[in-house]
Ligand binder design. Structure first.
Ligand code: MN
Length: 272
């Protein structure tokens, strides 16, 4: 029986990643590593992280996060790094272009028979199949010949609610924002970007995206929301971001049995 280990947001924490993987009961021949996105930014070793994960080849399945897209918006879209960005090591590297072109071949969402991998989540107004279909629209733009115009126009909070008649960049932007930036959402599907807090301090009228009634045919595996610390009060949703870059450790969840492996301060522990 093969195992699938879903690893939370790495964000350039290369040493913790290597130590966590080394401690996993991972069989390279049969097992798989899933990454929830945000391989880079805020942490120290972004270049090593990208090269290592890319070189895992078919052992690794990964989806893009908002920080990965932010790097691409700087490399390809003419955007300027912010003071809080730490991926200068990637930008200054002779491998920057090659790694960036590899990143743009990656999906925003991946599903197999039982699980769905996505960076931020899936809004309750969509089924998993909707999310994959809409995600494909963005993926084909990013991996296709018009990627530069996508990255020039990716950023923005609006439209902040889905409408199936949206087209062009407005449509691609809201799809991207649902799949890679969402935390709080209202009943109608409107996004709120100001809050990154815990669920009990949700802004009025909003709840965590996984707190609504929805299709639960598959288990959704996500990262992005470090304040949740890997815990959600919801069945069939698995949070993996335990805030490694904020000093709270890196987590891998074995999807088949839910066992969690956690690196913190040089020590790997595990819990059911
Ligand atoms: Mn993120």
């Amino acid at each position: 029986m093969s195992a699938t280990f879903a690893i939370g947001d790495v964000q350039g924490c290369y040493e913790p990643l290597r130590k966590l993987i080394a401690a996993l009961p991972f069989e390279p021949e049969t097992d798989r590593l899933w990454f929830v996105g945000d391989l880079v930014n805020r942490g120290p070793q972004n270049l090593e992280t990208l090269q290592y994960v890319r070189d895992l080849g078919p052992q690794a399945t990964l989806v893009l996060g908002n920080h990965d897209l932010h790097l691409l918006a700087i490399v390809f879209g003419g955007k300027t790094p912010q003071n809080s960005d730490t991926f200068q090591d990637v930008l200054a590297s002779a491998h920057c272009e090659e790694l960036s072109h590899w990143l743009r071949t990656l999906p925003l969402i991946h599903q197999d028979r039982e699980w769905v991998l996505v960076h931020a989540g899936i809004p309750h107004i969509w089924t998993v199949n909707d999310a994959c279909k809409f995600g494909r629209e963005v993926e084909s733009k990013i991996s296709g010949p018009e990627y530069v115009s996508f990255f020039e126009n990716m950023y923005g909070k609006y439209p902040d609610i889905w409408d199936k008649t949206l087209n062009g960049m407005d449509r691609l932007r809201i799809i991207t924002n649902y799949l890679t930036r969402m935390r709080f959402i209202d009943e109608d599907g409107r996004l709120e970007f100001a809050h990154k807090t815990t669920l009990d301090t949700a802004p009025a009228g909003f709840r965590g995206w996984f707190e609504y009634e929805r299709e639960r045919a598959k288990t959704i595996v996500f990262g992005h929301w470090a304040a949740l610390d890997g815990q959600v009060p919801t069945d069939r949703v698995i949070a993996t971001d335990t805030g490694c870059v904020w000093g709270r450790g890196l987590t891998a969840v074995r999807l088949e049995d839910g066992k969690r492996f956690h690196w913190q301060d040089g020590v790997v522990s595990c819990q059911i």
